[in-house]
Design a protein around this ligand. Sequence first.
Ligand code: ADE
Length: 228
Amino acid sequence: MTILVVMAMGAEAAPIVRSMSLSVVDDAPPPMVWFEGSGLVIAVNGIDPVHRVDSIGTTPAALSTAAALARFKPDIVISAGTAGGFVSRGGYIGQVIVANGPVIHHDRRVPLGGFEAYAQGHYPTMDLQKVTERLGFTAGPCSTGDSLDAPPLDLAAMDTHGTIAKDMEAAAVAGVAARSSIPFTAFKVITDLVDSPEPTAKQFMANLEVASATLAVALPVFLTELNG
Ligand code: ADE
């Protein structure tokens, strides 16, 4: 079995690449960076060549997922990384969340019949609630937008969805996996609380390193369960 894990930031991926002693795959299309070992592939979206920062957001996530699907033909696809959580829905910094129920794009609004649901995505995720709870992680709704902030219309969509993990890639990765009928899940560690008075960017920067270290410990445990 091959599991593909798609990640947006080099800092999110580095601890797990190190702890699992993964090797670089040398035919990744730039700027993507691929690592593999023991039935696992990690696809990092890479450094944007124009802006020289990590390629976060939905467009690079979809490109990266499509390229890695074609190359590795995985059995399962996971969008892994950090996310914003919600105090009002029981969230806390360092919380490990596995998607439960469909993932949506909470920032897409197209009120034109069937295009409304299409725009939001509502892509399926694997039913992993029992495994998730057994491992001591939290199962719940995830949603994706291309902004770090959360303006009122996005917040309303997230409230309706019951979002407990707000990220910038999962629904895009899920959409590409769904086109090839490959099972998908999202695995996220909370770096910031969207409904706290502290600025999101400040919380994110303060907690990125420890959240990435948490990911490096928690994700292998989860992968072992999926492989089993
Ligand atoms: N990744 C980590 N925190 C996030 C947030 N608040 N919104 C979107 N993506 C995030």
